[in-house]
Design a protein around this ligand. Structure first.
Ligand code: MF3
Ligand code: CO
Ligand code: CO
Length: 326
């Protein structure tokens, strides 16, 4: 193998890249400057056999079955518990975010926090996903795989925690600042959390799911931010992802009517630029096509007779109540 090392003097933007790719420097290595670099992924962690595992835990294969969109009171009670555990694990994982910490170290922490609470970390081996949490830095939209990369002062990182306990999943995420971040990143995080709560506040029995996407998109537009379209909220319960799809932008075809007892996630991904994405060659990591930063917040919610209950918004949560009602 030929190893080409970086020269000390860089080519001009329109000259050939130093790496020998034949592409212009500005379209090749210059475009990678400031982008998140892939690190080394550590070996798979194991979960003690006394902890109940979801059906995919050993094979990595996800087979779907019919599950009622409307949950029984007994399932709902179990989902409250799973949601509260996920919220607590997310909050504790967020406290570990600081410059110099690797995302792999955060994965190890999330893994241990789940096990200590008798929960299985739902991402582990879900469709072969190799880790117990998703960690998405800067331009990574979602599904970033924890690795040896150290968090840097000024980064933003989303941690997406899902816990399986009592036969059901609770799914929640939040975006955290690493050290001191710039004003634009801070505003992005704030607007994204607001978008999530605008979506939650649009949950109402008798109304179509498209109300949620409309509320989110309207708020993003006010801030001139992009709404990612390729990843959507989902039904959740005994399965991590079930039939219901919750779009984060307005589409009248998202016409399923909300009913009491329905449980799903709301998890908008909001960008400083384009809504379009690209995939890394690991087939998991989704990044913004323009390399600009993106943030996300997620809650698991229950439609009630009178409104909404945020199952991952308990006292232990990062932000247990809407910034609009503060
Ligand atoms: N928690 C993510 C969601 O919000 C899904 C992660 S899938 C995994 O839907 F395989 F990457 F874990
Ligand atoms: Co989700
Ligand atoms: Co999630």
């Amino acid at each position: 193998m030929n190893i080409v090392t970086q020269p000390s003097v860089m080519p001009a933007a329109n000259d050939a890249c130093w790496c020998g790719s034949g592409r212009k420097y500005k379209r090749c290595h210059k475009a990678l400057e400031g982008r998140v670099q892939q690190g080394v992924v550590s070996p798979r962690r194991s979960v003690p056999s006394n902890i109940a595992r979801p059906p995919y835990a050993d094979s990595g294969e996800v087979t779907r079955w019919n599950e009622s969109a409307i949950k029984s009171p007994e399932i709902i009670e179990r989902m409250r518990h799973a949601g509260a555990i996920a919220a607590e694990v997310l909050r504790l994982a967020g406290q570990a975010v600081k410059p110099g910490v690797t995302t792999d170290e955060i994965d190890a922490l999330v893994h241990e926090l789940c096990i200590a609470r008798n929960a299985y970390p739902s991402p582990l081996n879900y469709m072969g996903y190799p880790k117990s949490v998703c960690s998405s830095v800067n331009e990574v939209i979602c599904h970033g795989i924890p690795d040896s990369r150290k968090l840097e002062d000024g980064d933003i990182v989303n941690l997406d925690v899902t816990c399986f306990i009592g036969g059901v999943h609770g799914d929640t995420n939040a975006t955290f600042a690493v050290g001191a971040i710039d004003d634009e990143s801070r505003a992005l995080i704030r607007a994204t959390e607001e978008c999530t709560w605008r979506g939650i506040e649009a949950v109402k029995s008798g109304r179509p799911l498209s109300d949620i996407g409309r509320a989110i998109e309207d708020h993003a537009k006010i801030h001139k931010l992009g709404v990612v379209r390729a990843f959507v909220g989902h039904g959740i319960g005994e399965q991590f992802h079930s039939d219901i799809q919750v779009l984060h932008y307005f589409d009248s075809r998202n016409s399923v009517v909300m009913r009491p007892g329905m449980t799903f996630t709301i998890e908008p991904m909001i960008t400083l630029g384009t809504w379009q994405h690209k995939m890394w060659d690991d087939d998991w990591t989704a990044v913004t096509a323009d390399g600009k930063r993106t943030a996300q917040f997620e809650h698991t919610v229950l439609v009630t007779e009178t409104g909404v209950e945020v199952l991952t918004g308990g006292t232990g949560a990062v932000s247990g109540f809407s910034p609009f009602s503060k």
